[in-house]
Design a protein around this ligand. Structure first.
Ligand SMILES: [Zn+2]
Ligand SMILES: [Zn+2]
Length: 116
């Protein structure tokens, strides 16, 4: 502890400037990081809204959904009950609607509810 105090006592004017500068950098980086997260979050929310309000109502999706249900024989891939919904195991982040069929699976309502 004494050594630490000595270090502080021996700091010159330039050292303080350096510390101040470093602190500003740290705060700045923190702000950038916060801002980046904020922007990402906003984009994610917008994607989800677009997804729910536009894509899930499109004919494209209806066709794809049908293909997936047919592939899985209208059975829930988790419990074997009759499938009524299609679940995304992954989302195509930047190309909504371009997800390959293998990312989709037929599920019943109760299994699907347990995933979300
Ligand atoms: Zn199920
Ligand atoms: Zn789902």
């Amino acid at each position: 502890m004494d050594e630490l105090l000595d270090i502080f006592r021996n700091l010159g004017q330039d050292d303080y400037k350096l510390i101040l500068f470093a602190s500003i950098i740290v705060v700045f980086l923190f702000l950038i990081n916060w801002f980046r997260n904020y922007v990402w979050n906003q984009r994610r929310i917008r994607r989800q809204q677009y997804y729910r309000n536009v894509y899930l109502k499109s004919d494209d999706w209806r066709r794809k959904r049908y293909v997936v249900l047919k592939r899985d024989n209208w059975k829930c891939v988790h419990c074997g009950n009759r499938a009524t919904q299609v679940h995304h195991t992954r989302y195509a982040k930047y190309n909504i609607g371009k997800e390959p069929i293998k990312w989709l699976e037929s599920v019943c309502k109760s299994c699907h509810d347990s995933f979300h």
